[in-house]
Design a protein around this ligand. Structure first.
Ligand code: TMP
Length: 205
């Protein structure tokens, strides 16, 4: 089995860049949610396009879960079974933070849904990148027009950040909190250190 590492964080946390850098260093499969498969791309369009407008929170959670189920079954698990390492930009933690906590569906309810979707697959390590809110806003603004969730408002995103801290505190064996402020190189060095500490064979490649 390959190693399965997930990056989590709010908008503008720099996790996509760091996921790519780690995957390049390891020669791992790099993937993301929602949208890591062809079917997932179609779900991502529905989930994130501002044209979708209001989506019932349960429908949103179920579409995220549908994306994840297909992603795990057709891409992540097959790669891990082939012995490939997989680095994923967002996973179950995003559903717990965004739908479970910020949308108010309940973390445990959404966890049950995610467990069904993943058929029990859990990451070996979750790296949570945390940046001060003003830095995240600056990075988000630079990324262009906000998608449906980015546009959900300050209070929503404050709750997402709060949820992540709670999730990391409740599962310290699996989650590591990383300071995502500063340059890409600074953050990469912190990621590298955390990965080496948690997955000691991590730099074998
Ligand atoms: P991205 O822009 O980092 O690719 O993330 C897509 C958006 O989808 C982001 O706003 C977080 C959100 N999201 C959820 O709300 N729940 C989920 O389960 C996932 C995977 C993403």
């Amino acid at each position: 089995m390959g190693r399965f590492v997930v990056f989590e964080g709010g908008e503008g946390s720099g996790k996509s860049t760091q996921a790519r850098l780690l995957a390049e260093r390891w020669g791992a499969v790099l993937t993301f949610e929602p949208g890591g498969t062809e079917v997932g791309q179609r779900l991502r369009e529905i989930l994130l396009s501002p044209e979708t407008g209001d989506l019932d929170p349960r429908a949103e959670a179920l579409l995220m879960a549908a994306d994840r189920a297909h992603h795990v079954a057709t891409k992540i698990r097959p790669a891990l079974n082939r012995g490939k390492d997989v680095v994923c930009d967002r996973f179950v933690g995003s559903s717990l933070a965004y739908q479970g906590y910020a949308r108010g569906l309940g973390i445990e309810e959404v966890r049950a849904l995610s467990t069904f979707a993943t058929d029990g697959l859990v990451p070996d390590l979750v790296l949570l990148l945390v940046v001060p809110p003003d830095e995240a806003v600056t990075r988000m603004a630079a990324a262009g027009k906000p998608d449906r969730l980015e546009a959900a408002g300050e209070e929503f995103h404050r709750k997402v950040a709060e949820a992540y801290v709670i999730l990391a505190a409740h599962d310290p064996d699996r989650w590591v909190v990383i300071d995502g402020s500063g340059s890409v190189e600074d953050v990469e060095a912190r990621v590298r250190e955390a990965v080496e500490a948690r997955l000691p064979s991590g730099e074998r490649a």
